[in-house]
Design a protein around this ligand. Structure first.
Ligand code: ATP
Ligand code: MG
Length: 411
């Protein structure tokens, strides 16, 4: 369990574009909820640290060392969206921050608020938590451009030294490398299983394309089952164990073992192929709770599930290193320059990211105050422009009016 002082210092990056619009209103909401829950006993001491355009203007660096040091010192922080400067030799400021602190978990909870438009029939039953691996996979950025000397060298090596026959056009192929390690997969899956156990959630689904990519995605599944059975045997029951009992003793015994595990409150660890998962999560979202998956799958899944509950304007997220404890909470959208400064931005994404932070440090009562208040506001159909366009009979609020309305609805 995390040790947090009653008045923790939380570094925050305001961010570019709508970052400026949503940061202050979000902090106001969080401060009000903490005050409501604990009186003056607890309080967040917000400490601004610089990154992005604002940092460049003031310090000449897009990501000053002082910012990284502050996150190291205080462990937990929050950030608005950052625009990646073009031609500065950085792939992305977000990626740089993740890599520096080795934030290997990208966590996205997906939860529906009554009144928010959803394309699915039973949004009430949506309560999913996506654990996306953040550092490996085809997203590692190891790529070779077609026609380049390196791509030709690699092509020749694979064909001549390794006997590979599947490269159709050796002279003009690009290559992308998909590194996937046991350690990298295990630490992600471990974080997902621990989260499910701590929050008493019913299951962890390993999502993968192991039927096609056996030694990367298939291995992810096997490592996941091994980990669940060997390290969390007292707390989990796996589909692999179910299959084993079924083949040794028959279906009835396997089903009884599954029922017993559920009754005992064990986390059921299962696996689903990615394409099937994308269908299942739409048709039967209630079948899945915690989802553990690799980088590319996780990217697709996160955005699809976000769309089920209102889109990027209300989708929170966090990047976490569950070993060191570093965690940065952040809205999942970009800088949205098209609406920056217009009062149209929905602050819910950042407010809910800060709520995840409250849950992370164990300030559950304050977190619940925000959830309850937001539920009231959405049920009254008072919304910002992103949701207003999709809702009948709604009232349009600006960014700061929305957050004031949330505060007014804290009872
Ligand atoms: P970036 O280049 O930083 O990714 P972007 O223009 O791609 O920025 P996104 O934030 O990815 O912007 O979002 C795409 C669109 O979704 C935006 O143009 C904006 O209209 C809308 N949008 C994003 N976030 C919000 C929000 N919090 N509230 C309302 N609309 C939003
Ligand atoms: Mg974008």
């Amino acid at each position: 369990k995390l040790q947090v002082p009653d008045k923790p210092v939380i570094p925050f990056i305001e961010g570019d574009g709508i970052g400026h619009d949503i940061t202050m209103p979000s902090q106001k909401v969080i401060d009000a909820a903490v005050e409501k829950a604990y009186g003056g006993k607890r309080k967040i001491i917000w400490k601004e640290v610089l990154a992005g355009e604002k940092a460049f203007r003031q310090t000449g660096s897009y990501l000053p060392d002082a910012t990284i040091e502050a996150f190291r010192k205080y462990l937990i922080g929050i950030k608005g969206p950052l625009q990646t400067p073009v031609g500065e030799g950085i792939r992305s400021l977000n990626v740089a921050l993740r890599q520096t602190l080795d934030l290997f978990v990208c966590l996205r909870p997906v939860r529906w608020f009554k009144g928010v438009p959803s394309p699915i029939r039973y949004p009430t039953l949506v309560d999913m938590h996506i654990f996306r691996e953040n550092t490996e996979d085809i997203y590692a950025g190891i790529e070779y451009m077609d026609g380049s000397a390196d791509a030709k060298k690699l092509s020749n090596f694979l064909i001549q030294e390794m006997g590979v026959k599947e490269i159709r056009f050796p002279g003009s192929s690009s290559f992308g490398i998909k590194p996937v390690s046991k350690e990298g997969s295990e630490r992600l899956i471990k974080a997902a299983i621990q989260y499910a156990i701590q929050r008493e959630l019913p299951s962890v689904t390993l999502v993968h394309k192991g039927n096609i990519m056996k030694y990367t995605e298939g291995a992810f599944k096997i490592w996941g089952y091994d980990l669940a059975e060997n390290e969390f045997g007292d707390y989990t029951f796996t589909w692999r164990q179910f299959e084993k009992i079924k083949s040794e003793k028959g279906r009835l015994d396997a089903e009884k073992a599954l029922e017993d595990a559920k009754k005992a409150g064990k986390v059921i660890v299962k696996d689903v192929i990615t394409d099937a998962f994308l269908q299942e999560s739409l048709l039967k979202p209630y079948d899945h709770s915690v989802i553990a998956t690799m980088n590319l799958n996780g990217d697709y899944i996160s955005d699809q599930l976000a769309a089920m509950v209102g889109g990027i304007g209300i989708s929170p997220g966090a990047n976490i290193n569950s070993s060191s404890g570093y965690a940065i909470f952040e809205a999942t959208h970009g800088t949205a320059p098209d609406i920056a400064g217009s009062g149209k931005a929905n602050p819910s994404s950042l407010i809910l990211s800060a709520v995840m932070m409250l849950e992370h440090i164990g300030w559950i009562k304050a977190a619940e105050h925000v959830y309850d208040a937001m539920e009231h506001v959405f049920a009254k159909r008072k919304v910002t422009s992103d949701l207003y366009a999709q809702m009948e009979g709604a009232t349009l609020l600006t960014t700061s009016d929305f957050s004031d309305e949330v505060i007014k609805n804290m009872h």
